[in-house]
Design a protein around this ligand. Structure first.
Ligand code: GLN
Length: 507
């Protein structure tokens, strides 16, 4: 049954429909593979065998009754461990939440379970999703399945590893400044951050609420699109969520819409389309292999009839300070609830209420989380608010307007750039220098600041045989259009780059 591990949703469904495999067999195959191989990669914080088997048994009953297959029937799913699953640990890779079991499912979790998926486990991340390498996990870092000396990227490192290694077919991550796209790019899988509001954030442990989005990851664009078709929509528990179907002119992201996308040829999608290449992202700071891959993609897009033009954005150079001020400010407010009383592990030796708060926070949070809380509290304090937080919000607005101009005045259909200026780096290489680590997000942050949809698609390997990821961005709420471009780019990339050694050795 090992051949199941690298298969797409539609392949697994063909086997299920032909009764060549049962849902329980699918579950067991993935669970066993994950357990025996994850000692190397450390993607899982907890395996949820009982849940997966229970869900699989329900699917098998539906199949036996002759009911049609649900869109994600028997599809193994890994969840980033900052998404609430009722009755199962949700640690955020933090000592603070080591023993926390939520009372409810996140809306996305509920939706994907209702679509038939099998939850194989909760997976590793940087503590509270703060980081770019997964090394800030209090549960020990995860490792890149292409080369175990390298980081998988963060913060949704476990989610990317799970897809790249065949532990799951689909994973969910969260993306505040690039945390889905960066690990997708480092691990050679597809990862999408939907437009802000397209997916409900209810049940996601908040990092920075105006930037956070939950999104899908998979080895193929087709499966990312399928997962999104089941996750999006208005949710009464998240007032920022949107019902796309109510907004005229936007693709509805329905199942039939996303299934129609895969039938289109790249030429069909790309002919006459105007794509902007963000030139600064392949300048001096970028690895030559990443620059080469980007330019190769441009040549292939042009060969299919797209018009690619270089663009540069005036405010892009400010995105790092703007992001780290806004995200840390919001994080300092969101994480104020962890006090050892209402939320989080309580310190034992406190003498009074104040020392209970401070000792619990001292013991519960790791160094990067403390750094962000201090930065955010400082930026929000009276006297500094105008100079830092307010200024950052003003620049964010200017950046957003600049993107609007590109899409709506200059009529670009999509933007192309690398997901990261470099491929995966070695474990430990950047841990002593937070600023160097923060630079990994330079290409991904703009989409979060401007609320735009963005996707990372694998595009070949570097000289060390590590994956390169290219990023596409589209106007806000044009998530369907973005997927259409991503399908085309995937077809233009070399398919041979998509099997990680951990997966290749097993199938
Ligand atoms: N790497 C970025 C950070 O550390 C982004 C994190 C994220 O998207 N969750 O803040």
């Amino acid at each position: 049954m090992k051949e199941l591990l690298g298969k797409s949703v539609s392949d697994i469904h063909e086997l299920l429909s032909a009764k060549k495999v049962s849902a329980v067999e699918v579950a067991k195959t993935f669970l066993e593979h994950a357990k025996s191989n994850d000692k190397k990669t450390n993607a899982f914080i907890c395996h949820t065998d009982d849940l997966a088997i229970k869900q699989a048994e329900t699917i098998d009953i539906q199949i036996a009754k002759g009911e049609p297959l649900l869109p994600l029937a028997a599809i193994p799913l890994a969840l980033k461990d900052n998404l609430c699953v009722q009755g199962y640990p949700t640690t955020c890779a933090s000592k603070f939440l080591e023993n926390f079991k939520p009372e409810y499912d996140a809306t996305v979790v509920k939706k994907l379970f209702a679509a038939g998926s099998l939850c194989v486990g909760k997976v590793n991340l940087d503590e509270f999703a703060m980081g770019s390498s997964n090394e800030n996990s209090a549960m020990s870092p995860a490792k890149n399945p292409w080369n175990l000396d390298y980081v998988p990227g963060g913060s949704s490192g476990g989610s990317a590893i799970a897809c790249a290694s065949g532990y799951s077919t689909i994973s969910l991550g969260s993306d505040t400044g690039g945390s889905i796209r960066l690990p997708a790019s480092f691990c050679g899988v597809v990862g999408m951050k939907p437009s802000y509001g397209v997916v409900s954030r209810f049940g996601l442990v908040a990092f920075a609420s105006s930037l956070d989005q939950i999104g899908p990851m998979a080895r193929r664009v087709e499966d990312v699109a399928l997962a999104l078709s089941q996750m999006h929509g208005k949710d009464q528990y998240d007032s920022t969520s949107i019902d796309q179907t109510k907004i005229a002119g936007y693709p509805d992201l329905s199942l039939s819409f996303v299934q129609s996308l895969k039938k289109e040829s790249p030429q069909n999608v790309l002919k006459g389309k105007k794509i902007g290449l963000i030139a600064d992202t392949i300048g001096e700071g970028a690895d030559s292999c990443v620059r080469e891959a980007t330019l190769e993609a441009v040549r292939r897009l042009e060969a299919e009839g797209a018009k690619v033009e270089e663009v540069s954005l005036e405010y892009n150079k400010h995105v790092l300070p703007v992001y780290y001020l806004i995200s840390s400010s919001e994080a300092s407010a969101n994480l104020a609830r962890f006090d050892g009383v209402k939320y989080g592990a309580r310190a034992k030796d406190a003498k009074d209420l104040n020392s209970l708060y401070s000792l619990s926070r001292e013991e519960g949070f790791g160094p990067e989380v403390k750094r962000r809380i201090m930065l955010g509290t400082y930026a929000l304090s009276s006297g500094y608010y105008d100079a830092y937080y307010k200024k950052a919000q003003q620049v964010r607005r200017l950046l957003l307007e600049e993107y609007d101009k590109l899409f709506f005045e200059q009529k670009f259909d999509a933007l192309l750039m690398p997901t990261c200026p470099n491929t995966a780096f070695k474990l430990g290489e950047k841990t002593q220098d937070p600023l160097k680590m923060y630079l990994s997000d330079i290409c991904t942050i703009p989409a979060n600041l401007a609320g735009l949809p963005a996707i990372s698609v694998p595009f070949g390997l570097d000289k060390n045989k590590l994956p390169i990821g290219l990023q596409l961005m589209a106007p806000r709420l044009h998530d369907g259009e973005l997927l259409r471009f991503a399908f085309a780019l995937e077809k233009l990339a070399e398919a041979k780059s998509s099997l990680s050694p951990v997966l290749a050795a097993s199938v």
